[in-house]
Design a protein around this ligand. Structure first.
Ligand SMILES: [Zn+2]
Length: 71
């Protein structure tokens, strides 16, 4: 027999996102955004470097419009 009890568990969550391009801060629960993580490989110019970038929707759309081949 298993006796169950409740317990409080702490968890990490994203409470705020700051756009890397425009610097605007926003709540990720009310606004969507793009999150990119990249660890550069051995044959790259940034061997072993890890980078994270967050972009708000406006900056993502601006970036997309600058591309020659649109997504
Ligand atoms: Zn932005």
């Amino acid at each position: 027999m298993l006796k169950k009890e409740e317990r409080m568990v702490k968890e990490l969550y994203t409470a705020e996102v700051i756009c890397n391009k425009c610097g605007r801060s926003f709540n990720p629960e009310t606004e969507d955004y793009l999150h990119i993580e990249k660890k550069w490989g051995y044959f790259s110019k940034s061997d072993g470097r890890y980078q994270e970038i967050d972009l708000c929707q406006d900056c993502w759309n601006e970036f997309c419009s600058s591309l020659i081949i649109k997504p």
